[in-house]
Design a protein around this ligand. Structure first.
Ligand SMILES: [Zn+2]
Ligand SMILES: [Zn+2]
Length: 441
């Protein structure tokens, strides 16, 4: 078959199962589970894999799944991903009544897209025209939430990293994968249905404890050590760093005080803060992270308090591969028209697809199909045809381009890509971001 005929076949495979594929997204919408708790979603996804003829499903990490389609001919391996996890958003119209878990980031559509891409390619007529492999993965825990729960899992040895794709890399589940893609839902954006390219921020997160000494706030404040004052000075210290941040690094630091004192009549002795330190470059946010630590120590030092700083790795910034983005945009334009395909800008948000993009050619396009604010109470996917069917077709057609014939185009994308990190350097970097420090002057 010509490449045009293969593409037509792939599209018609998706069309003929459209109703069922959209049903998958809607079923998952009704079983929201946050990261490393996606037990029902994982079981359900495995069933869908089986229904569409995939056997030998490999289990990865706590809830992750992996299926492989092998053309039997040598060539690159292309990975199509979907994220299993939900958020927790109190009052979301699709929230679980008991847990408040809710798909307020649209991940339920990703699993349906991934299955759609897989079933459309897993067709003998299609596979005959392709080389290499297609790997389908359902990944846990993209959202960096419920940190205490995940820290417990870490202590129990069930996971090392708090985010699912990091864990997949460490476990070797992506060894041998050459190219990766997934599509995220996003808000409606005028005429545009698909958007590709763009950048976003990486992060580290910190939990901070200032320890002072309690004393009568009226009668004997001179005998106390005021941990809240130390925290206040530290926050001022953080803000005074801002003139050193460079535009190119898009630094964002947004500390909160989660515990400010125990009783108004007592000098605060245990004050807790949390913050993210975000930036569009790794060097940028690591540099800002050091400055935050310095300010935290400075606050403690001035007051004579102690400070405990726990730093955890978050996400790395995304590096959408230019050549793969171009190829995707051409396929997306052929599918829905050039005027409906946009270029994404810089987002202050983050994803662990950024981590993958440091290691291999990666794209993380958006499908504009939802109303409301992402992560908000009103974020609801409205246009399932775009969110599942159109998004899946654009990825499936791109996979056909990559692997058609002897997979020349796929090989070219891989050859032109220069990894920003090797797997070893990446894991070392993540591990170096875990820091626990106790400071007392
Ligand atoms: Zn999200
Ligand atoms: Zn998301």
């Amino acid at each position: 078959m010509s490449i045009e005929d293969i593409k037509k076949k792939v599209e018609s495979n998706i069309d003929s199962n459209a109703e069922d594929l959209i049903g998958i997204a809607k079923d998952i919408l009704d079983m929201p589970e946050p990261g490393y708790r996606e037990f029902k979603t994982s079981k359900y996804t495995e069933k869908q894999f089986n229904k569409y003829g995939f056997s030998n499903i490999e289990k990865v990490s706590m809830t992750g799944l992996k299926a492989v389609i092998d053309t039997g001919r040598a060539g690159p391996t292309v990975c199509v991903m979907g994220e299993l996890d939900s958020l927790v958003v109190l009052g979301h119209p699709h929230a679980d009544e008991e847990t408040n878990a809710a798909h307020a980031c649209g991940h339920h559509c990703q699993i349906a897209q991934m299955i759609a891409v897989g079933q459309s390619l897993n067709d003998p007529e299609v596979l005959q025209g392709l080389s290499g492999k297609i790997v389908l993965v359902a990944v846990p825990a993209e959202e960096n939430i419920e940190v205490e729960y995940r820290k417990t899992l870490r202590e129990e040895g069930k996971i090392e990293f708090l985010l699912g794709k990091q864990e997949f890399v460490k476990l070797g589940a992506l060894d041998g994968v050459d190219i990766a893609m997934m599509t995220h839902t996003s808000n409606f954006d005028g005429e545009k249905i698909l958007g590709a390219g763009g950048t976003n921020n990486g992060t580290v997160s910190k939990s901070i404890k200032f320890i002072g000494k309690a004393s009568h706030a009226g009668g004997a404040p001179h005998n106390g050590i005021n941990a809240l004052n130390a925290a206040n000075l530290a926050m001022a210290g953080i803000h005074f760093q801002r003139e050193t941040f460079q535009e190119k690094d898009s630094i964002r630091i947004h500390p909160i005080i989660t515990q400010g004192g125990a009783a108004v009549s007592s000098v605060p002795a245990d004050v807790r803060m949390e913050t993210y330190v975000r930036g569009s470059t790794i060097e940028g946010f690591l540099d800002a992270s050091e400055k935050v630590d310095r300010a935290l120590r400075g606050g403690a030092m001035a007051i004579g308090a102690e400070v405990e700083i726990t730093t955890l790795p978050g996400y790395l910034p995304i590096n959408n591969d230019k050549n793969l983005t171009e190829m995707y945009k051409i396929n997306a334009s052929d599918l829905i028209g050039e005027d409906k395909v946009g270029q994404a800008g810089h987002s202050g948000g983050s994803t662990d697809m950024g981590d993958i993009s440091q290691l291999m050619p990666t794209i993380h396009p958006y499908v504009h199909s939802a109303s409301g604010d992402g992560h908000g109470i009103d974020y609801v996917v409205e246009d399932y045809n775009s969110a599942v069917i159109t998004a899946a077709k654009a990825m499936a057609l791109t996979v056909v381009d990559l692997l058609h014939g002897n997979a020349e185009k796929g090989k070219e994308i891989v050859d032109k890509f220069e990894p920003l990190l090797t797997k070893d350097a990446y894991l070392k970097l993540l591990r170096s971001m875990y820091r626990q420090e106790k400071f007392k002057a």
